[in-house]
Design a protein around this ligand. Structure first.
Ligand code: DPP
Ligand code: ZN
Length: 885
């Protein structure tokens, strides 16, 4: 496939102003009649009109009602000489939804028909200039069998509906907002809706609807509450109101992404809509809240102002992730609950984005080149993109950020713009900020791939009371970027004395101290900051509080320093981070020495103190007492031996289970939730901690041949009144390889055989189970044959396969290479069904160069075997080629 480059961007030769579409719906063959009102872009010379089309069967083409000569070249329909500067183009074509296993374009799921158009699915429905800077007003008529498709939906407002002959009916929808084709959607299915009217601040009434299959209505309350909360929040925080008379969410079983923000008609993976106490965990409830919010927030950041081209994807995604993160923090409430959310977000960033930025798919937040845009819906564009927005927020402050958003909408509402325009609006609204002063430096974040490294070195001078912090930053080369320039880094910092007391901060040249925390702004490769008036020379720096910049920090702190931060830092993030770093240090040591892996006594005692501390929230304790994941540590170490890392971490978990046995038992009892289930931050923290405690107790019991805790876990699994506790209990048994795991798994399957989303959990928990002697991998292979397993449903495929490659390094990376052989076979198999899903799965070996032998060579061989398949999709080809480059 040809490379598409950002620098080659040209405005379209034609504008499509109106699109009148008519669908005669049928799963086997749907007829699409399209009438487009087109104007030539008169700022350019006359050029042929080129329309994208893929897997379409073309029936006719008319210009202003007359036949016209046209040609089809590859995936383009070309009309060399359109009649005039303004004309109508009528096209009729057919598509086959039931043959569309890619789930891009118009496809069948269950008995219904659904669409997914982002990024380039619209061209799989009809011929169009399928690019985000072409914005049209859509009128859509849907005709279909009334029994099969009682519900007929599209974007905007319902303007007409009625009966037709032969048991058919129709509905006509009109969306007054011009929109790019990627935001188009239709649904034709047998669904029911939860409905709610809301009144926004301006006094307007709006209809909210959530459409699901009959029988799922009672699982939509949380999604509806989340939607209402999102509407209220966006109006309060950013003065952005709901601009639609009706806002619809439709849940569908087969869906490649989490959800899709089509104007007024969001389509959602059922996973991010349906929840009941019995079937969904706290994590699911959270996910629903944040995805509902994310898609709703796109209505402004994405839909009202969209992207000029797909290189600008982070314009809407980074910003909208930032917005949904802020929303979730505000919903969580307390400062501690906010910190817990921040820790979760940083974990995702470091476990998913950092490895991406260090591997073959490394790309800037605003990429320069791609083959398949589907491959760039990445952690870099989303999560690192959100960190860029967060840094701007840090630099201009909460009010300044709101002003920047205001200016952005004032300037660009209704337009398709670039990342530069967002940054410019933010800077212009805050002319005295460090962002405005160093805008060009800041914008390097959009342009440069790779995770910057920040090295900090502090020096105290006892006599003068000075503390000098020398900072230097660098970034390793990545593809096409041999040399990197320094970034703008906002570095939130505090200084503590040896007893953990915060010190007043006064920089050289300042008249007086200005509190115990501040943000240093670094813009050069090397910079020093000198603090004065310190009462002690024994300073422990707390750098990068709240993870104020997405960098790899090397500050040379000793374990003794980290223990001070872990016990005393006022910044909850850095307190957690200190515990993680002590864990990382221990794991690193275990990888370089041949001794039995152990955590040192001081760290174990510090963890005990933290677990018992009455002033700390259980959610925080759960995070602090969880050792860094194998995925995270693997990314920090070169030449990684996944088996060895797993063995070391397991040994340390055994040690923590045994050394803190009494404390775990105390925590398990002490933090039980009493009272009815609520998916709020407080209760979910308690459940997270009690489930961790239970896992530790079962682990220790199984290791020491005691049956009491496994028995209690089994009982809890059986009696649990909510899915969080039920899943926690069964995972405790499965991960400890307890005998009772087998009956528990059988029972769970029997109980939930008709609940697709719970079956996904059932597959996933086995896919990510702690490996021991190859048993987990063997079980995964066996589960491929399970009657409930299918590669056709993305959630099910992800539950089993992605759990293995993305979450279970020890099951995947085997010295006999069987994991890689399995991976290659599945990539090839999946690619024939669903290239988007396959190319995601193909990324499971992205970091092969970081592996030790014999893994590295075996991984390379497996990738080469996939590369040798000539029939690979463009999506998967790009990933595989880059992996081998
Ligand atoms: N639906 C995806 C998201 O919201 C792509 N826009 O991030
Ligand atoms: Zn999004």
């Amino acid at each position: 496939a040809p490379l598409i480059r950002r620098e080659d961007y040209l405005a379209p030769a034609y504008w499509i102003r109106r699109a009148d579409l008519c669908f005669d719906l049928d799963a086997t063959k749907t007829i699409v009649s399209s009438k487009l009102t087109i104007e030539r872009n008169t700022t350019q010379d006359v050029q042929p009109l080129k329309l994208h089309g893929e897997d379409l069967n073309l029936l006719r083409v008319l210009v202003d009602g007359h036949s016209v000569s046209f040609r089809q070249e590859g995936a383009l329909l070309i009309i060399d000489a359109p009649a005039a500067d303004a004309f109508t183009l009528e096209i009729r074509n057919t598509v086959s939804p039931e043959k569309n296993t890619q789930l891009s374009g118009l496809y069948a799921s269950g008995g219904g028909l659904y669409t997914q158009c982002e990024a380039e699915g619209f061209r799989r429905i009809t011929f169009f200039q399928d690019r985000p800077d072409v914005m049209a007003v859509y009128t859509v008529t849907l005709r279909g069998d009334k029994k099969k498709y009682p519900v007929l939906l599209s974007n905007g407002n319902l303007v007409e509906q009625g009966e037709l002959d032969a048991g058919r009916h129709y509905a006509k929808w009109h969306d007054p907002f011009p929109k790019p084709s990627y935001l188009f959607a239709i649904v034709a299915a047998n669904l029911v809706a939860r409905e709610q009217w809301v009144r926004t601040r301006s006094g307007k009434d709006h209809l909210l609807q959530i459409f699901v299959k009959r029988g799922d209505l009672d699982k939509t309350e949380h999604a509806m509450n989340s939607l209402i909360a999102s509407i209220v929040w966006d109006e309060a925080r950013f003065k952005l109101p709901l601009d639609l008379e009706r806002f619809m969410i439709v849940a569908v079983d087969d869906f490649n992404m989490g959800a899709m923000e089509n104007k007024g008609l969001n389509l959602f993976n059922t996973k991010f809509v349906l929840a009941s106490t019995a079937t969904a965990t706290d994590v699911d409830f959270d996910g629903i809240e944040s995805v509902v919010a994310h898609e709703y927030f796109h209505n402004w950041t994405g839909n009202r102002i969209t992207c000029r081209d797909w290189f600008q994807l982070s314009l809407k995604e980074g910003l909208t992730v930032f917005r949904d993160q802020e929303f979730s923090m505000d919903m969580a409430g307390s400062a501690s609950a906010r910190a817990v959310r921040r820790i979760g977000d940083v974990r995702t960033l470091r476990e998913r984005q950092f490895p991406e930025d260090g591997g073959p798919m490394a790309h800037p937040v605003r990429p320069d080149v791609y083959q398949a845009i589907d491959n760039f819906y990445t952690a870099t564009v989303y999560e690192k993109g959100a960190e860029l927005v967060r840094m701007m927020h840090t630099l201009v402050g909460r009010e300044g950020f709101a002003a920047g958003m205001g200016l952005y909408f004032e300037r660009h509402d209704g337009q398709a713009v670039t990342c530069d325009e967002f940054a410019q609006a933010m800077a212009d609204a805050n002319p005295h900020s460090a962002l405005a002063q160093h805008l060009d430096v800041f914008k390097r974040w959009y342009a440069q791939a790779g995770t910057p490294r920040l090295v900090a070195h502090g020096e105290s001078d006892a006599e003068s009371g000075r503390y000098t912090l020398r900072l230097s930053q660098s970034n390793t080369p990545s593809a096409g970027q041999p040399y990197k320039q320094p970034n703008l880094l906002p570095i939130a910092i505090g200084l503590l004395d040896r007893n953990g007391q915060p010190l007043q901060l006064q920089l050289e040249g300042e008249d007086a101290p200005a509190g115990t925390e501040r943000v240093l702004v670094m813009t050069e490769a090397e910079q020093s900051f000198t603090f004065i008036g310190l009462p002690t020379a024994d300073v422990v720096p707390s750098l990068l509080r709240g993870f104020s910049a997405p960098v790899l920090l090397k500050d040379g702190l000793s374990d003794a320093d980290l223990l001070v931060l872990m016990a005393h830092d006022t910044d909850a993030f850095n307190r957690w981070e200190a515990a993680q770093r002590l864990g990382v240090n221990a794991l690193r040591a275990a990888l370089t020495h041949d001794d039995t892996p152990v955590l040192d006594a001081a760290f174990v005692e510090a963890l005990r103190t933290l677990l018992r501390d009455p002033s700390l929230d259980p959610a925080f304790k759960e995070l602090a007492l969880t050792l860094p994941s194998e995925i995270y540590v693997a990314d920090l170490v070169e030449n990684i031996d996944p088996q060895r890392l797993h063995a070391a971490r397991e040994a340390m978990l055994d040690q923590l289970a045994s050394a803190l046995q009494a404390d775990w038992a105390w925590a398990f009892e002490h933090y039980q939730v009493r009272g009815g289930y609520l998916p709020n931050a407080e209760q979910s923290g308690q459940r997270a901690l009690t489930n961790l405690a239970l896992a530790m107790l079962v682990r220790h019991a199984v290791a020491s041949g005691d049956n009491v805790w496994p028995g209690r876990a089994y009982q809890r699994f059986k009696d649990a009144s909510n899915m969080t506790d039920r899943l926690g209990a069964i995972e405790a048994l499965v991960n400890a390889h307890a005998e009772l795991a087998t009956p528990a798994l059988e029972r769970m399957h029997a109980l939930f055989k008709d609940e697709a989303l719970v079956l996904d959990k059932w597959f996933a928990l086995q896919g990510r189970a702690a490996e021991r002697g190859g048993k987990v991998f063997a079980r995964i292979k066996q589960l491929m044959q399970h009657p409930d397993f299918t590669l056709g449903n993305p959630n099910r495929a992800r539950a089993l396969l992605f759990s293995l490659t993305a979450m279970n390094p020890a099951a995947f990376h085997r010295t006999d290479a069987a994991g890689y052989v399995f991976w290659a076979d599945r990539v090839i198999e999946l690619d024939a069904i669903n290239p988007q899903l396959a190319s995601r799965f193909a990324r499971g070996l992205d970091r092969w160069r970081n592996l030790a032998e014999p893994y590295r060579s075996a991984a390379r061989e497996a990738i080469a075997r996939v590369a040798a398949k000539p029939e690979l999709s463009g999506d998967t080809r790009e990933i595989i080629d880059r992996a081998l480059q």
